[in-house]
Design a protein around this ligand. Structure first.
Ligand SMILES: C[S@@+](CC[C@H](N)C(=O)[O-])C[C@H]1O[C@@H](n2cnc3c(N)ncnc32)[C@H](O)[C@@H]1O
Length: 210
């Protein structure tokens, strides 16, 4: 069965455009079959991006920022637009998704987006901010490993913002992150989605906390 997280989607390409309409950015993004939410802006992604439109803490950052699981690039492009002096790493395992994100960044004139497979990110790179609509469908053990891997590269001053559907385990994921030693704020709840802000420096007694 084909998945949006296949490395090389085997469904034939049929590009289309998706309208991104935020308070601070309106753009048409190219999407395609074989990537996540190929025909419309995912409502969870919309909630994540809308919340950031007016949050000064999500604008004008510098350094390295990460979109973990970029798909066709709505998050990476928005974050790059809001933070023109930062480098936004757009990561995915799906090659078609990476290609689309690169095309969309180019169309919008965003020169600060780097598309990359996870293996290509240099070990020395740490992130001042991480945004993700994470791939829940890869299953709990793989998702936990993925989050652990990249949250370990969150700078001490950084914040990771995750959007997870409540009916797909947002609250249990938040609890698990706290057990890993992160501080988790459930900063918004919208249309059945929870927005989680994850920071270093939670419970020092937790597993994995330093
Ligand atoms: C829920 S989708 C979100 C896509 C896009 N950010 C959006 O909001 O439309 C999650 C993405 O994570 C990607 N993904 C799955 N496993 C991954 C991994 N190990 N490393 C990086 N990305 C991964 C999937 O291919 C998919 O594009």
């Amino acid at each position: 069965m084909p998945h949006y997280f296949d490395e090389v989607p085997d469904v034939a390409s049929r590009p289309g455009t998706i309208r991104l309409r935020l308070a601070d950015l309106a753009a048409d993004l190219v999407s395609d079959r074989g990537v996540f939410s190929a025909t419309r802006l995912d409502p969870g992604t919309a909630a994540l991006l809308e919340a950031g439109a007016s949050a000064t803490s999500e604008h004008d950052l510098e350094g390295n920022l990460l979109d973990l699981g970029c798909g066709y690039g709505p998050v990476a492009c928005t974050v790059a637009h809001r933070n023109p002096r930062a480098t936004v790493w757009a990561l995915d395992v799906n090659r078609r998704a990476l290609e689309l994100t690169g095309r969309n960044a180019l169309r919008l004139g965003l020169t600060n987006v780097v598309t990359s497979t996870p293996e290509e990110v240099p070990q020395a790179v740490f992130f001042e901010g991480i945004w993700s609509n994470p791939p829940i469908r890869i299953g709990k053990p793989a998702l936990q490993e993925l989050l652990r891997t990249w949250l370990d590269r969150l700078a001490d001053t950084g914040t990771a913002r995750l959007v997870v559907a409540r009916n797909l385990g947002a609250d249990s994921l938040a609890g698990w992150l706290e057990l890993q030693g992160f501080r988790v704020d459930r900063y918004a709840s919208k249309r059945g989605y929870r927005l989680l802000a994850v920071r270093n420096g939670g419970n020092p007694a937790a597993v994995g906390a330093s």
